[in-house]
Design a protein around this ligand. Structure first.
Ligand code: ADP
Ligand code: ADP
Ligand code: ZN
Length: 214
């Protein structure tokens, strides 16, 4: 099964993609995570992407399309994947279709995570992840069971993203409205678009996604 989770920054795409990966064995393909790894490694793509990401703007379609094509071609994706953060523009959506067509693959569901924009800044500025295993947390909405210790791996170090600040969030939301929202009608017309209530609690959102998939 191949899925897309679509929604603005902070909608809960990463949280739900990780759950689907753990519970259903699908592979989470987060273009944001791939880009952050490229920045950390100091590769050419990382050097190009860093300033764009820090500003909250979108990295060029050429780079993103090549990055996802390379990743989807790896054998572990045969068991199905969840795209988290891709596509973000109409050009990316069209390139994805062409790419899947060439590989004989199809999209089963595109799941829109509908959220109230007003809630997103709080979600994003409170977000942090385990430095060791990448598990996601939130200062108020998703605290570790024991303060300061990762539920999943017992790690004690956590990181926050450089772009998770109130100022960058404004630019990122504008990019979502202008460049990403226009792809919703594209998927609606194909009959693959479903919507879940991204404002519900994490487990309820997961339940609604489960209902779409079954
Ligand atoms: P995205 O990948 O869409 O940017 P995340 O999954 O990283 O979003 O979620 C953003 C932040 O909000 C994280 O800190 C996460 O713990 C928290 N979060 C995710 N889903 C919910 C939810 N349904 N209710 C409250 N907080 C949530
Ligand atoms: P969030 O889910 O909080 O919006 P991501 O981790 O998905 O954040 O993305 C972080 C940043 O990486 C984006 O603001 C953008 O600069 C870049 N990025 C990620 N995916 C894409 C993409 N598909 N196209 C263009 N830029 C992207
Ligand atoms: Zn951990």
């Amino acid at each position: 099964m191949n899925l897309i989770l679509l929604g603005p920054p902070g909608a809960g795409k990463g949280t739900q993609a990780r759950k689907l990966q753990d519970e259903r064995g699908l592979i989470q393909l987060s273009t944001g995570d791939m880009l952050r790894a490229a920045v950390k490694s100091g590769s050419e793509i990382g050097r190009k992407a860093k300033a764009v990401m820090d500003a909250g703007k979108l990295v060029s379609d050429d780079i993103m399309i090549a990055m996802i094509e390379e990743r989807i071609s790896q054998p572990d994706c045969d068991k199905g994947f969840i795209l988290d953060g891709f596509p973000r523009t109409e050009a990316q959506a069209q390139a994805l279709d062409a790419m899947l067509g060439r590989k004989g693959l199809k999209l089963d569901h595109v799941i829109e995570m509908a959220v109230d924009e007003k809630a997103l800044t709080e979600r994003i500025v409170g977000r942090y992840t385990c430095a060791k295993c990448g598990a996601g947390y939130h200062d108020s909405f998703q605290k570790p069971k024991v303060a300061g210790i990762c539920d999943v791996c017992g790690g004690k170090e956590f990181t926050r993203r450089a772009d998770d600040n109130a100022e960058t969030v404004r630019t990122r939301l504008e990019a979502y409205r202008k460049q990403t929202q226009p792809i919703l009608p594209y998927y609606r017309a194909k009959g693959v678009l479903k919507s879940v209530d991204g404002m519900a609690e994490i487990d309820e959102v997961a339940r609604q996604i489960g209902a779409v998939l079954s």
